[in-house]
Each structure stands twice: as C-alpha cells, then as structure tokens.
Design a protein. Structure first.
Length: 255
C-alpha cells in the first residue's frame, strides 16, 4: 500500500505539477498582468494608464467664464441697472469666488460710474449678475465688464453641485387700480438642505428677449421640501410690454 502511494505521488509530481505550471504561464500569456500601458483603467488608475501606480494624469485647465452679454437698463431719470449674463462652460468645475468690476462710460469714453462685486458658479451654470440703481447725471453710451481670477474647484470635491430650487407658477401682473405691477411665483426647495439665504434675480423681457426691468429679492430660511411664494413689486407702472419673466434663485453653496 505504501509503495502504491509513493508511485501515485511520483506521478503527480512528474506529470500534474508541470501541467499546472505550463497552464499558469499560458494563462498569463493570454491575460497579461495590469500595466500602465495596457489601454485599460485598472490598478487604481484615475483614468486609462494614468494616476494611481502610473504617471500623473494630465490636468486640463478649466475654460474661462464666458461673458454672454451686458445690458444697461434705464430705470428712471438718471438711474440705471446693469444686467450681465455669464456662463460657466465647465461641467466638471465650479467657481468658489470670482471678483468682477463694471464700468459705465460716457460718449467721450470717460468713466461716469463704477460698481464692483463678486460671484460664484456651479458646474455648467448660466447665471445673471444684477447691479441696481446706479446714478449717472450723464447719458451712458457703453458698459464694460472686467472679470477677475476665478477660484476653481473640481465637481467631485463639491458637497453640493445643484441647489434643486424649482420655480413654478410664475406670472407678471401689470399695474391696475390700487395695485402696483408685480411678479408672482412659487419657489420650492427640492434639496435635502436648509438654505439660510436665497437670492432671487428677476428679469422682465420684451418680445425680442431684451431686458426691460430687473430686480432682486431675498428669501431667508427656506427649509428642505418647503415651498414659498415669491411676490416682487415695482414702484411704478411699466410702459413696455412684458413678454417673458426670468426668475433665477441662487444659493452660495461655498459659504
């Protein structure tokens, strides 16, 4: 019996083990080990063949914030609003902080008024900046916008990438006996967050989509799931025909 077991062990060592070894190397030949040159995202790589155990991935610089347009809106005699439309063209980056400066120039290119401020952007966000009630005794001819340096943040590093503020039931009500012109809407917080300050930009557009009036209001302590009425008044009747209303709520999620 012992002799038979010894023979079986000898056959196993001489035949089976070499077959297993040959099979292992044949498998490795068909399925090579992960590497930094295999065209696959593996071994903890951030992208294909870079990051992790491989060379650092090339970081693509975000595209600059785009100025879409700048509008000067006459509010009353010698009083103007400035409305700016800006776009963050980057779906993978937000902007924590962006300083800006607005100059209003006369026909002789002399500066007659100036405003400065700062803003922020969510990824791929289209937004408006409004500067209200700028006084000028001279008739403006041009508005210049100067954007400072953007402080970028990757989308993956942002705690909140969408405020999930929904605007519904919006309408413009013109002036009527005893009532001032107004915009009404319902703002719903569909996020799981309690927003302490919501800034709401309101733009009135004519049939050509030009801004004819603008204003801002603030809603405080909008809790998760809450809906709240927005009621914005204008002090005097609006002579132009209002064809559309833009209501744009925003929350600085970086504060």
């Amino acid at each position: 019996m012992e002799w038979r077991r010894a023979q079986q062990l000898k056959i196993f060592i001489v035949v089976i083990i070499p077959v297993v070894i040959i099979g292992f190397f044949a498998f490795r030949g068909f399925y090579p080990a992960p590497s930094c040159f295999d065209g696959k995202k593996n071994q903890h790589e951030e992208a294909i063949d870079c990051g992790g155990e491989c060379v650092l991935c090339k970081v693509l610089a975000p595209k600059p914030i785009e100025e879409r347009w700048v509008r000067l809106v006459l509010v009353s005699e010698n009083v103007y609003d400035v409305v700016v439309e800006l776009l963050n063209p980057n779906a993978d980056y937000g902007v924590v902080h962006l300083p800006y400066r607005i100059e209003i120039l006369s026909g002789s290119n002399s500066k007659i008024a100036e405003r400065a401020g700062e803003t922020f952007f969510l990824p791929a966000e289209l937004k408006h900046i409004i500067q209200l009630n700028i006084f000028s005794s001279l008739v403006p001819s041009r508005v210049n916008l100067f954007l400072g340096e953007s402080e970028w943040v990757k989308k993956e590093d942002m705690a909140v990438t969408s405020t999930r503020l929904l605007v519904g039931s919006r309408e413009f009500l013109p002036a009527s006996p005893g009532l001032k012109p107004r915009v009404r809407a319902v703002l719903t917080n569909q996020s799981p967050y309690h927003y302490q300050v919501v800034v709401v930009n309101v733009l009135l557009l004519d049939q050509r989509k030009n801004v004819i009036h603008s204003t801002q209001t603030i809603i405080r302590d909008l809790t998760a799931g809450e809906s709240r009425s927005v009621d914005v008044l204008w002090p005097a009747a609006i002579s132009q025909t209002v064809a559309d209303v833009i209501i744009e709520p925003e929350v600085n999620v970086f504060d």
